[in-house]
Ligand binder design. Structure first.
Ligand code: C2O
Ligand code: CU
Length: 475
């Protein structure tokens, strides 16, 4: 086995069709859909060389047997047909995180579809509405299946992408491995983790490799697509010696801005696209570091070629990605509103909550694996948080009334968060996952414009499993 990530440039009909001139390097050979825009994704057991040889490979579950699975390059504006074949030993489903798909294609087992049984398949068909960086992952027992590796990146190229020399996807994970380098199965379901930050790992990888080497050349401009697929760990990334500009968050273009000195924060499920100029000298080894775990931990090496530089003059400042008018601004005057009180966990003050229609004390809740509640209900309730007509604005008053950060992910919609009073000038960028700190209050707004039942949950997957889930219904 090798530690190399794929260095193949993709040279497919799709990419030339959309006029990409840059060299694409993605986590695994990217899969560009053929003429019929169809592809089979087989969820099955496999192995990944998470720990460098001579350590044995780790047994994982993954799409087409890899973790991460193949990066999917989906054509903007086209209908695609992604067929999930389940060759795993348990039921599964796939969710297209951040993408606006019809409700029946959203992949939430037990809500938008039945889980796909072993040996069965399911056709996900949808029109690709938005360019950007997204991902797919298992959405049945996702606290196990995502941790086992059932996920991958989705790239929808812009019709008119910014010129870069390399476009690199980095799927960042946080595995929990045992002494033998195998997935620590014993820790699945450990309530101590569920009541705290979730199941944190001990083995960080980028594209399924511990510390991959990314070959670069002085003078090059890179686009990095950063995705946090960890179950629970918030990743704060630093780029010592470089000055990346953030150009998109959760698939949505933003005005280019520098990564803050404290680092780029990616909560589970979040993505950032950054543009970074390789302005160090030939021969340099630089790193992308994880700085949220105390001492910086390098996640990837940027290895400058000895030759170079590629260009004599430095490039102009990166320009914004093409802006698309995707989301209507919510109107708080006419909004349907609801509180979103998040409580529970260790060191909190939740005394009890309703579980499957019955009030339970915190101790009784722990007995049935529920530790978190939204508005006093632990677990997805029978009735939605709000039921609104399509086109109406929704306002959620979020109070994170506990001792832990959370990342609230809404299916089918992006949200705008307002810290303090809702005021257009204070709106944060559109996101499909909003990170909220302990004790923090914020207002969340969006226009509910996609009919169906949409899950709203913490993307720290143990928190979701332990009760932090609700839903909205758009009629
Ligand atoms: Cu990325 Cu409901 O999930
Ligand atoms: Cu959480």
């Amino acid at each position: 086995m090798t530690m190399d990530i794929s260095r193949r440039s993709l040279n497919s009909g799709l990419l030339s069709a959309v006029g990409l001139v840059s060299l694409w390097r993605v986590s695994r050979p990217g899969i560009a859909l053929g003429a019929a825009h169809g592809h089979v994704l087989t969820a099955r057991e496999g192995v990944a060389q998470l720990v460098p040889a001579p350590a044995p490979p780790t047994r994982i579950w993954g799409i087409d047997g890899g973790a991460p699975g193949p990066t999917l390059l989906l054509p903007l504006g086209e209908e695609v047909n992604l067929q999930l074949v389940n060759a795993l030993p348990e039921p599964t489903s796939l969710h297209w995180h951040g993408m606006r798909v019809p409700n029946a294609m959203d992949g939430v087992s037990g809500m938008t579809q039945d889980a796909v049984e072993p040996g069965e398949s399911f056709d996900y068909r949808f029109t690709v509405r938005d360019s950007g960086t997204y991902w797919y992952h298992a959405h049945n027992r996702s606290w196990v299946q995502n941790a086992m590796g059932v996920h991958g990146m989705i790239i929808v190229p812009e019709a008119d992408p910014p010129q870069v020399d390399q476009d690199i996807g980095l799927v960042l994970d946080d595995w929990r491995l045992d002494q033998d380098g195998q997935i620590d199965h014993a820790s699945f379901g450990a309530l101590a983790d569920w009541a705290h930050a979730g199941r944190l790992g001990n083995w960080p990888t980028a594209n399924g490799v511990r510390l991959p080497s990314l070959p670069v050349r002085a003078g090059e401009r890179l686009r990095l697509r950063l995705l946090n697929v960890a179950n629970a760990r918030i990743l704060t990334l630093a780029f010592p010696g470089h000055a990346p500009q953030v150009v998109a968050l959760d698939g949505v273009p933003v005005m280019p801005h520098a990564v803050p000195a404290t680092g780029l924060v990616l909560a589970p499920g979040q993505r950032a696209d950054v543009i970074v100029d390789m302005d160090q000298s030939p021969g340099t080894r630089a790193t992308i570091d994880l700085v949220s775990a105390g001492e910086p931990v390098p996640m990837a090496n940027l290895d400058y070629a000895e030759e170079g530089p590629l260009r004599d003059n430095s490039l102009d400042a990166p320009f914004a990605l093409p802006f698309a008018d995707r989301f209507a601004d919510p109107s708080f005057d006419t909004a349907v509103s609801a509180p979103l009180d998040v409580a529970g966990g260790a060191m909190g003050r939740l005394a009890g909550a309703t579980v499957d229609g019955q009030y339970m004390s915190m101790r009784e809740m722990a007995g049935v694996g529920r530790l978190w509640a939204i508005n006093g209900v632990a677990g997805r309730p029978d009735e939605p948080l709000v039921r609104v007509e399509s086109g109406r604005s929704v306002r959620l008053d979020l109070f994170n009334d506990n001792s832990w950060p959370h990342v609230m992910h809404l299916h089918g919609h992006h949200m705008q968060a307002f810290r303090g009073a809702p005021d257009v000038t204070a709106a944060e960028p559109w996101r499909d996952g909003v990170l909220v700190q302990p004790g923090e209050r914020m207002t969340i707004g969006f226009v509910a414009d996609a009919p169906g039942k949409w899950l709203l949950h913490c993307h720290m997957l143990e928190h979701q499993a332990a009760g932090m889930a609700t839903w909205i219904e758009v009629v």
